[in-house]
Design a protein around this ligand. Sequence first.
Ligand code: ZN
Ligand code: ZN
Length: 346
Amino acid sequence: MSTPKINAAFYRGNRQFVVEQIEAAPPAAGQARLRIAYCGICGTDMHVFHGNMDARVGTNRTIGHEMSATVESVGEGVSQDLVGQNVVVRPLDPCGNCPACKAGHSHICHNQKFLGLDTDGAMQELWNVPAHTLHKLPDGLRLDHAALIEPVAVACHDVRMSGLKAGEDVVVIGGGPIGILVAMVARDAGGNVVISEVNPNRLAIAQKLGFDTVNPAEVDLKEEINARTGTKGADVVFEVSGTQPGVDAMTAVAATRARIVMVAIHAKKPEIDMFQFFWRELQLIGARVYEPEDYEKAIAIIASGGVDAETIITDVAPLSDIQAAFEALDSSPTAMKSLIKVGADA
Ligand SMILES: [Zn+2]
Ligand SMILES: [Zn+2]
């Protein structure tokens, strides 16, 4: 197996990326070597950039997991049929032995290794991954659009966990990249979706995508949702904002026996109106990453145009400009999803 020289971006701590030439390791047994086409910048990657995850990722790490690629070669024990296939990676490498794995919930393995954080990731031209993480892409699916599959799979998991049925009223609290994707997947599933968001740029993007929006800084969200639902409230609420006002809103807008899905990562413990859980028999559902079926659903939705990839992808930059791309996401008011074009041509 050859060891070609490739470009790889390294996070070196203190908001710095350095692109260097390295020798690509050959794929080990059970691995596939991928030629990366595109890699999206995740909110988690921004946390790395800001130095909030140095204890976990270190300061010599190639990050990136929202990727698309073509299989370049395979290691021992992996089917040669994969070579030449366009793929995405479900970036989870569970232990197989913990109580979560044994109960069939390996996506939330107690010892989960998340590829691109706990291991090197996709911001490099060639990336070796366990072959069990691969999902094949259908012919004709553009590789830039395919870089959205990982975050769309998050949204697919959130919507599946909510048990959303066609015709139900949905409120998505928070219209950032994940909130918008949750809204799109919920709409694709037949939900009547309203997005609550305070940022005017994000409101504009949500409206461009055809969503009803409410700005809770300007109107009372509970009154607005009550008015739209004949005082019933929302059957399904997604809390994506990660804020105390968002948590206050999630119970305020909830219908009788509503399901509230906690999508956001709350760094601080919020105050929750537990009385409403008693009074309206609400359910609170945790949802984290994705399972294989969520990936297959995400691939199908993107292939069918159920997610407007052209509007979601607001920026594309070459790997050599990774530093500027991360810096721009800190300051750009209009950015939604930025992609790094890792490969020379795709
Ligand atoms: Zn991500
Ligand atoms: Zn496990």
